[in-house]
Design a protein around this ligand. Structure first.
Ligand SMILES: Cc1ncc(COP(=O)(O)O)c(C=O)c1O
Length: 412
């Protein structure tokens, strides 16, 4: 009875909130003996916990009037200074000042803020298919119309995008396109990277039709082989691009620090939206990150993280060759980041297959979770970041068993 009343009073957003498949899966993945390739949580062994512990003690004891206080919504000045240096080192971006930065509570909050300041019900938002689930969820809350652009081995299908933009322009609707959202480097979930040619073509189209690009880049610094191509922001600047960055994958997600890098007018609006959400992000964790950047060389530390994930990627791919290739599976070989996108033959449905995966105690995220407009998908995301390297082959072997059992049940 009470539940019914509550449900009746929910807002449109409240009624539409669905449970996150990833969160649900993480629950199953806690079962003893389970091996999870589901979440994108970094390997805790890569966290510099000792160094952060020492800094935490110092800033809590000596700087408590800042670290335990509310801080300005924009973020910690000291972190901003350090982050500007990092922007130059990671991307070669030098055309920004502190006024172009807003520190957020993870880049997930940045996505939520962008939805709130740009999207209405009659807006269009262009996303890759597949796309980062957290971004889709953040955008959903404003009920925009999604336009999906297929993702290829070298980034989004630019010809398709051009066709879509041309049609919208002819229909007089191009101004309703609020932005193109892309994760161009070591994409989540597909692990692919947009080529330099496609980045340039994307910028050209965005300029032709006067559309903003949101470049979400948590993984660019986590390359294993070659350094990725220039960021889209570096190619087109802040008049065209909003760049999102985060400390989650290069330091630790527990700090919950993301950054919006954008034109001042956008930052001003974003600050107002953030104020109504949480007043400010934690001064304690921002100062912690700032002091870490000041006292240590993040790049030295990144060398170790890259080596850890590169080894895990190689172990996973080797196991996939042995246990999954015989069933017609194909996959991407990411040059960095945390994810491999695997495709089984068309007749497989990875969502349906999950029931068997639960029995066999192995977890992945079905491809459907990352797509707004498909009924079923034979693809899945496997992340190699969290499980210890020794158990990755066993997890992939179990996945092979899941496939065998599914084939038997479906008579494939
Ligand atoms: C593409 C992308 N954007 C944003 C996020 C959110 O990261 P956080 O809120 O931890 O900064 C993630 C996390 O996995 C991601 O993969």
């Amino acid at each position: 009875m009470i539940t019914r009343i509550f449900e009746e009073r929910l807002s449109k957003i409240g009624k539409n909130l669905k449970s996150s498949l990833i969160r649900d899966l993480l629950k199953y993945a806690q079962v003893p003996g389970a091996i999870s390739f589901g979440g994108g949580a970094p390997d805790p062994e890569t966290f510099p916990s000792k160094e952060l512990g020492e800094i935490a003690k110092e800033i809590l004891e000596n700087e408590y009037s800042f670290t335990l206080q509310y801080i300005p919504t924009e973020g910690d000045e000291e972190l901003k200074e350090e982050f500007l240096k990092l922007l130059d080192r990671i991307y070669g971006i030098t055309d920004v000042t502190k006024e172009n930065l807003l520190m957020t509570t993870g880049s997930q909050q940045a996505l939520d803020i962008l939805a709130r300041i740009f999207l209405d019900e009659d807006s269009y938002v262009i996303v890759e298919s597949p796309s980062y689930l957290g971004a889709l969820n953040a955008f959903y809350t404003s009920f925009p119309k999604f336009i999906t652009v297929p993702l290829e081995e070298d980034g989004m299908d630019i010809n398709y995008l051009e066709k879509v933009l041309k049609e919208l322009d002819e229909r007089g609707e191009i101004e309703k396109v609020k932005f193109i959202y892309t994760v161009p480097t070591f994409q989540n979930p597909a692990g692919v990277t947009m080529s330099l040619e496609k980045r340039k073509a994307l910028v050209e189209l965005a300029e032709k039709y006067d559309i903003l690009i949101v470049e979400d880049d948590p993984y660019g610094a986590l390359y294993f082989d070659e350094i990725p191509p220039d960021s889209i922001y570096r190619l087109a600047g802040k008049e065209r691009v909003i760049l999102l960055n985060t400390f989650s994958k290069i330091l630790t997600p527990g700090l919950r620090i993301g950054v919006i890098i954008a034109d001042k007018t956008i930052i001003t609006k974003a600050i107002r939206a953030k104020q109504s959400a949480d007043l400010c992000s934690s001064g304690l964790t921002q100062r912690l990150a700032a002091r870490f950047l000041k006292n240590y060389d993040l790049f030295d530390y990144l060398k170790n993280i890259r080596a850890v994930y590169k080894e895990k990627r190689d172990i996973m791919i080797e196991a996939m060759e042995e246990y999954l290739k015989p069933y017609g599976a194909r996959w991407t070989k990411p040059g960095g980041g945390l994810f491999i996108w695997i495709k089984l033959p068309e007749e497989y449905d990875t969502m349906e297959m999950l029931d068997i995966a639960k029995e066999k105690l192995v977890f992945y995220i079905p491809g459907k979770a990352f797509m707004v407009d498909v009924e079923n998908s034979s693809a899945a995301r496997l992340s190699f970041c969290l499980p210890p390297k020794e158990i990755i082959p066993e997890g992939i072997r179990r996945l092979g068993e899941v496939i065998v059992e599914y084939r038997r049940k479906k008579g494939l």
